[in-house]
Design a protein around this ligand. Structure first.
Ligand code: FES
Length: 347
């Protein structure tokens, strides 16, 4: 039966599944309903600082409960285009169970092609989120843990502390690096000091305090957890290896185009089944067709979304306005997109 439905979807409706074909109809009744995604309603937007926002979301009931430290992909619609970025959830599973809400704390960039739109989200409007993802979670066995956070890398630690019981015996010391006076959620950290007797933290900045290494107490660290920029991750990895301290990290690596955008180049597209080499001179849809890859499409102009697929990694250019994506997960339309780096796609 499932095969018949799949056959009809693919051949009659040009969609991966029947639900996808009925998406526009469903959206009249349920705004932002999308096949394969979870709906989530905006329940709060708070400006934390000049360039940081806290967004509170109420995921639909069937959303799986996350574990503190995990992240989601957030998708919003902007001028008919779906754009997504990955964010760590900045609240614990306990809060979700009690209130049905999760928090995201997001650094905004004026010139970015995602975060400037977040401030425009209306209260009670709908967005899409993925299921919770990631393995960066707290080891229950560890008694003395050092958390090392950089910038918005504080968010998974907030979620982990949020979920700790008042009577926990765990000793946690947080080293939090950010530019002077731009540490996020310090008020929340101060509340944890009252609630969790064995918790402490230091607010540090690179120019004044230098490397984190002199702030880590080796005898009081069973494990180091790191979330921050690439350089912090590399330094922490070396530090832990040389001192035999278990180490776990979450970091988001910035990938930049390796070729000039005007220069003709070929890139590898990793697909669910096998790889493909494409040129950066034509749309991904045309490239796929020229390789006889079966691919769904309709208008060929970026309107119908039938050629939509999930980009897991890599940078693409939108042919319509030349804008570049970033390296994170995002829904793209193959007919109006060109490769700018190697890509990983889920068709
Ligand atoms: S085929 Fe219609 S949006 Fe790509």
């Amino acid at each position: 039966m499932q095969n018949i439905s799949q056959f009809i979807s693919n051949n009659l409706f040009h969609h991966k599944d029947l639900a996808g074909y009925f998406e526009p109809v469903m959206q009249v009744i349920k705004p932002a309903w999308r096949s394969g995604f979870f709906r989530s309603q905006v329940k709060g937007i708070r400006v934390l600082s000049e360039n940081a926002l806290k967004i509170t979301l109420k995921p639909e009931k069937k959303w799986p409960i996350h574990t503190a430290g995990q992240h989601i992909s957030l998708t919003i619609e902007q001028q008919g285009r779906l754009i997504s970025r990955v964010f760590t959830i900045a609240s614990g599973a306990k809060k979700l169970k009690e209130t049905g809400l999760i928090d995201l704390v997001i650094r905004t960039h004026d010139k970015g092609n995602f975060t400037p739109y977040l401030g425009e989200l209306a209260m009670n409007s709908w967005v899409n989120i993925s299921e919770p993802m990631g393995e960066f979670i707290f080891d229950e066995q560890s008694n003395h843990t050092t958390f090392l956070a950089g910038g918005s890398g504080i968010t998974p630690f907030i979620a982990m502390l949020d979920d700790l019981q008042e009577n926990t015996q765990k000793h946690i010391h947080l080293l939090y690096y950010a530019k002077p006076n731009s540490h996020l959620m310090v008020d929340v950290l101060e509340k944890f000091l009252i609630r969790l007797p064995n918790f402490s933290f230091e607010l540090l900045n690179r120019s004044q305090h230098g490397s984190f290494s002199k702030f880590v107490s080796i005898e009081h660290t069973d494990e180091l957890l790191v979330c921050g920029p690439e350089e912090m991750y590399v330094e922490a990895e070396e530090f832990c290896k040389s001192r035999h301290i278990p180490f776990r990290a979450e970091h988001f690596q910035a990938i930049k185009p390796t070729k000039s955008l005007n220069e003709a180049a070929r890139f590898t597209v990793k697909l669910n089944h096998g790889d493909l080499e494409v040129s950066n001179q034509d749309s991904l849809l045309s490239e796929f067709q020229s390789h006889n890859k079966p691919v769904m499409y309709g208008c060929g102009m970026g309107i119908c979304h039938q050629c939509q697929c999930l980009k897991k990694k890599g940078i693409v250019r939108d042919i319509r306005d030349g804008s570049l994506s970033d390296n994170s997960e995002e829904l793209i339309q193959l007919c109006v997109t060109q490769a700018v780096t190697d890509l990983e796609l889920e068709l």
